[in-house]
Design a binder for this molecule. Structure first.
Ligand code: PEP
Ligand code: MG
Length: 573
């Protein structure tokens, strides 16, 4: 019988390839008494040689893909494997206690790691992670356990994993990684969002894919319906090759709309923009015909490294995006770290509820040097394009005012230093806390634009963690509570004459687009791959659906909204 696993559709497209299972790297090391220590020592020496070869290979590939700086962590790992003290201590332990190599290496590694972890210095503590990484590799070789390593993949595969962090996802090499499937995660987890912007088909939140799939099983990931077929029949494979062809043909057809404007059937211009996480994505954005960038999530610039990016690096990244967008509007959001986006090198204390904790603007206002560095880089980049700056997770007017004041202070400093800046920069805020919805009328007087972040707004309004697949039934974009919030925010903004965009995932959802249009949204920002289908859809819709708005806002449940849309033939647009 055909084995099919269902999950949450994270990123569109169809892919057929072999599975590469990413097992977690914890292994059992037992202490064994050995008779012949010279044999054990030579096993240890061979493992060191093998580990060096693997790290060399990873270093080379990282250098090619991400540059010398990112690859330099592997030079540090090589040094650990050459360290006479480390080698000497492991060898002595094998000799003096007649124990197996993996046990000796693990004891010495533990000792080293705790030594480094105890040092009150971030840089040294980071070295502890390197030591653990490299000694795990060594021990895995001694135990003949294959350590998962995305950098060693040189065949086309589909990654199967318990979870992928956003930073690992950001490093996936599209040449080989043709899709991924995970046990946990929801559609608005940042891993899913990254997959969409990279155009890698993905299904997440399957709960048990890891139990059902083994390495090298043939998989079909159906990123249209949200399921995975394990070891399909010849017939199924043929059917899916055909489905894949149809998907590609449809994408080709949509390309005709790349250079057209987005105008509704009744003549309203709508701005269709893209969400990005890295400057490298800008080309993809332009190829999908975006009219601007509605959200640049700058936190990815802070990931996959061992220290904060300095002002120059940030300036270069922002300038590059602005220049490549050639005066099209670019909304750059200040650092939104925390929640599911961690920066291990900042050593955040463990929190009970990270999404309700030290996140985004809260972190920036507590760590002003980090924030000021980013603001300076943004201001300096402003003269290279059409920059708009946006603050995330605002809950109170005081937070907004303080953030704006800091921006103003940095502006004054730069001007006094004689730096050229754009004359005026529009300042906006994300509406993603229920508090900002309730106070939208006041906020609208103090910013130039709003952008509704439904990924968070839904989770906070419904009190339903966006990452938790067990309560995903509560994650309801169509719940009238959400629609009323959106409508209230749009009205408050329009009363003050400011525009409202949406950069949460709801903006790119073809079911939501007619509703958002009826509620009066001015700008939709989404994954690049959703832009052309959205443009086609919007050209067939009218904005003047006033009745639709009135009636929708009086419905009682998300199911009622669905039925209403179906009855009015708005689901199939
Ligand atoms: C949102 O919350 O809708 C949003 C766009 O921000 P993020 O997904 O990065 O939290
Ligand atoms: Mg958010």
């Amino acid at each position: 019988m055909l084995k099919v696993v269902e999950g949450v559709l994270a990123s569109n497209g169809i892919t057929i390839a072999r599975a590469y299972c990413l097992e977690s790297s914890s292994f059992k090391i037992s202490k064994k008494q050995i008779n012949e220590h010279s044999e054990e020592i030579s096993r240890f020496q061979d493992a060191i040689k093998q580990a060096k070869l693997e790290i060399d290979q990873i270093k080379e590939r990282t250098e090619m893909r991400l540059g010398t700086e990112k690859a330099s962590i592997f030079s540090a790992q090589l040094l650990i494997l050459e360290d006479p003290e480390f080698i000497g201590e492991v060898t002595d332990k094998i000799k003096s206690e007649n124990v197996n190599a993996e046990y000796a290496a693990n004891v010495i590694a533990d000792k080293l790691v705790s030594l480094f972890e105890a040092i009150e210095n971030d840089y040294m503590r980071e070295r502890a992670t390197d030591i653990r990484d490299v000694t795990d590799r060594l021990i895995a070789i001694l135990l003949h356990v294959e350590l998962p390593n995305l950098d060693l993949i040189t065949d086309e595969v589909i990654i199967v994993a318990e979870d992928l962090t956003p930073s690992v996802t950001a490093q996936l090499d599209k040449q080989y990684i043709k899709g991924f499937v995970t046990n946990i995660g929801g559609r608005t987890s940042h891993t899913a969002i990254m997959a969409r912007s990279m155009g890698i088909p993905a299904v997440v939140g399957t709960k048990n894919i890891m139990e059902k799939v083994k390495n090298n099983d043939l998989l079909i990931v159906d990123g249209e319906e949200g399921y995975v077929i394990i070891n399909p029949t010849e017939e199924k494979i043929k059917e899916y090759h055909e489905k894949k062809k149809q998907f590609e043909l449809k994408s080709e057809e949509l390309k005709k709309l790349i250079n057209t404007k987005t105008v509704t059937a009744d003549g309203h211009s709508i701005e269709l923009s893209a969400n990005i996480g890295t400057p490298e994505e800008v080309q993809n954005v332009l190829e999908h015909g975006a009219e601007g960038i509605g959200l640049y999530r700058t936190e990815f610039l802070y990931m996959n490294r061992d220290q904060l990016p300095n002002e120059e690096e940030q300036f270069a990244a922002y300038k590059r995006v602005l220049e490549e967008m050639k005066n099209k509007p670019v909304v750059i959001r200040t650092l939104d770290i925390g929640g599911d986006k961690e920066l291990p090198y900042l050593h955040f204390p463990k929190e009970m509820n990270p999404f309700l904790g030290m996140r985004a603007i809260r972190y920036c206002l507590e760590n002003k040097t980090v924030f000021r560095t980013q603001l300076r880089a943004l201001l300096r980049a402003s003269k290279f394009g059409n920059l708009k700056i946006m603050f995330p997770m605002i809950a109170t007017l005081e937070e907004l005012r303080e953030a704006k004041q800091l921006l103003q202070d940095e502006r004054d400093v730069l001007l006094a230093e004689g730096v050229l800046l754009a004359e005026s920069i529009k300042i906006g805020m994300m509406i993603e806390t229920p508090a900002s919805v309730a106070m939208a009328d006041h906020f609208a007087k103090e910013v130039d634009f709003f952008s509704i972040g439904t990924n968070d707004l839904i989770q906070y309004t419904m009190a339903a963690d966006r990452m938790n697949e067990n309560i995903s039934y509560l994650y309801q974009p169509f719940n009238p509570a959400i629609l009323r919030s959106i409508s209230r925010v749009i009205e408050a903004a329009h009363n003050e004459g400011i525009r409202v965009g949406m950069c949460g995932e709801m903006a790119g959802d073809n079911l939501a687009i007619p509703v958002l249009l009826a509620l009066g949204l001015d700008e939709f920002s989404m994954s690049p791959s959703s832009i052309l289908p959205a443009r086609l859809q919007l050209t067939k819709l009218s904005r003047e659906m006033t009745n639709l708005k009135k009636e929708l806002l009086h419905l009682q449940t998300a199911a009622d909204v669905h039925d209403y849309l179906k009855d009015h033939k708005l689901l199939s647009c």
